[in-house]
Write a protein that binds this ligand. Structure first.
Ligand SMILES: NC(=O)c1ccc[n+]([C@@H]2O[C@H](COP(=O)([O-])OP(=O)(O)OC[C@H]3O[C@@H](n4cnc5c(N)ncnc54)[C@H](OP(=O)(O)O)[C@@H]3O)[C@@H](O)[C@H]2O)c1
Length: 241
């Protein structure tokens, strides 16, 4: 049987491209997004690929997440990809005029959502063959590489990294069946031309290249060359914390 991937934020950008590339490999794809009716590219993908299922999911809506988890109880998910993320607006995260509502929004989507997804779907991953929980992080979450700006967003990716790193350690001692073998990944997808940051004058790669690199790195975690909890770039190089 072909493996299955569940992706959050698959309506556009990197998440959509991950869905497209996994579908092309014949994987079962559970492509989740906030508003399926508006995700026209995803709808076209699902229409052309019976192995793609679209599910409505807002990662800040715990009730919706719980309902989805109940519907998928017992279904193996080889790779869970926490991809959904927001920047929160550059102007709202400047010291002196911090907009703390933006802080809450960014943390809800980029940190709380992924953590809750893992709590709810961990046993779907545990009963799968590949057993991977992969998080789309960012190199800007690296404390060592810190530079000014986007305070909340960067803090959210550092928090995501720490939370998942802790989980990777905790799972090593897990008693529940299959959980001990789960591999946690943290992957920087590159600086990618999506709607995410808007038009900024810096070199960017296309979503196709980013997703191909991310999938490649996810596979290297599979061979065991990458340790659970490692922080990786889509290029395959290890990033500093
Ligand atoms: N682009 C880059 O250069 C870059 C660099 C480093 C890391 N990243 C990370 O890569 C990931 C994907 O970013 P992207 O560049 O593809 O951005 P994007 O084009 O803006 O796409 C973001 C995706 O997240 C979804 N999303 C936002 N809030 C959500 C919520 N509450 N629940 C569920 N889905 C939600 C969006 O859905 P809607 O269509 O419903 O809004 C969309 O599908 C993010 O985690 C981001 O931090 C991106």
């Amino acid at each position: 049987m072909n493996p299955t991937v569940l992706i959050t934020g698959a309506s556009r950008g990197i998440g959509f491209e991950l869905a497209r590339q996994y579908a092309a490999r014949g994987w079962g794809v559970i492509a989740t997004c906030r508003t399926p009716s508006g995700a026209l590219g995803l709808q076209a993908l699902a229409a052309a690929n019976p192995n793609v299922i679209i599910e409505e999911l807002d990662v800040t809506d715990f009730y919706e997440m719980e309902r989805l988890a109940v519907r998928y109880e017992g279904v193996p998910i080889d790779v869970l990809i926490n991809n959904a993320g927001i920047l929160g607006g550059n102007d709202r995260q400047k010291f002196g005029t911090f907009d703390y509502k933006a802080f809450d929004e960014v943390m809800a989507v980029n940190v709380k959502g992924p953590i809750r997804m893992v709590e709810l779907f961990i046993d779907n991953v545990a009963v799968s063959r590949q057993k991977k929980i992969m998080n789309i992080s960012s190199s800007v979450g690296s404390v060592k590489m810190a530079f000014p700006g986007q305070n909340f967003y960067k803090a959210s990716k550092s928090a995501l990294n720490m939370s998942m790193k802790i989980l990777s350690k905790e799972l090593r001692g897990a008693k529940e069946p299959g959980r001990k073998e789960i591999i946690i990944g943290l992957i920087h997808p590159g600086v990618v031309r999506t709607d995410f940051a808007g038009p900024v004058p810096i070199p960017m790669i296309e979503p196709e290249e980013s997703a191909a690199g991310v999938i490649n790195v996810i596979e290297t975690y599979y061979t065991g060359r990458r340790q659970s909890g490692d922080f990786m770039s889509y290029t395959g190089s290890k990033l500093p914390w």
